[in-house]
Design a protein around this ligand. Structure first.
Ligand SMILES: Nc1ncnc2c1ncn2[C@@H]1O[C@H](COP(=O)(O)OP(=O)(O)OP(=O)(O)O)[C@@H](O)[C@H]1O
Length: 219
């Protein structure tokens, strides 16, 4: 679904953060992305989410050459990729339910057409009882799950999660991981960026390790 060939990235005139990155993200795959702090994990996720352009190399997304994707085409392609950001990016003045429903509302969908889907998804992530509260009242783990639900509401083909277990205790981290595994079983390709070796040991999945700008892949 996504292919990188000899991709390089630098911010402005700075040093090359990513160098000669080559890998594929197959349909229905499950992979971890790891590496020391500052190695470029978030940067690589931003390239996958089409919010950055590579400074060299080729990226192909759903069969399209990244360099030929127009601004008009971006929203439609991004809808096929769900992202859970490190800082959640929930809107504090909207309830959990409204945050999750927002991508659909923005598209002009009638609430009656999605109310059930949003409610079911919130139950699935364990927030059935918390859907009418505002994010500032949620715990870190609850915010995390709300952000996951929002990323999934449009049934993306790929889910990218940046340190999804960064702020939660080990039992909740295991629960989130089970959620990602279940999602993957249902057909979504999952990429989890994490420092957490313990988390990676719990799943037999491909590991992509970034170090010094390069990517090593362990199947
Ligand atoms: N917008 C930006 N402008 C300039 N440099 C940036 C920008 N974003 C990130 N960097 C630099 O790129 C490098 C990689 O950062 P990135 O956030 O991708 O790493 P990371 O592996 O996700 O780190 P962490 O594990 O700490 O989140 C760092 O040296 C960082 O300072």
């Amino acid at each position: 679904m996504i292919r990188f060939e000899n991709v390089g990235l630098r911010y402005g005139m700075g040093p090359e953060i990513l160098r000669d990155i080559t890998f594929q993200l197959p349909e229905r795959s499950f992979q971890f992305l790891s590496g020391p702090s500052g190695a470029g994990k978030t940067t690589l996720l931003r390239l996958l989410f089409l919010s950055l352009k590579p400074t060299r190399g080729l990226i192909s997304v759903f069969g399209k050459d990244r360099s030929r994707i127009t601004r008009q085409e971006l929203p439609l392609l991004r809808r096929r990729i769900g992202v859970v950001f490190q800082d959640f990016r929930l809107l504090d003045h909207m309830t959990t339910y409204e945050n999750v429903a927002l991508p659909l509302r923005v598209r002009g969908r009638e609430e009656a057409s999605y109310r059930n889907d949003v409610t079911e998804l919130l139950k699935w992530v364990g927030l059935g009882e918390r859907m009418h509260v505002l994010p500032p009242v949620l715990s870190g783990g609850e915010k995390q799950r709300a952000a996951i639900a929002r990323a999934l509401i449009e049934q993306p083909e790929i889910l990218l999660a940046d340190e999804p277990t960064g702020n939660v205790d080990p039992p909740l981290a295991r629960r989130l991981l089970r959620l990602f595994i279940e999602l993957n079983r249902l057909g979504t390709a999952v990429v989890i960026a994490t420092h957490d070796l313990g988390l990676m040991e719990q799943v037999d999945a491909r590991r992509m390790i970034l170090a010094n700008g390069r990517l090593d892949i362990y199947d």
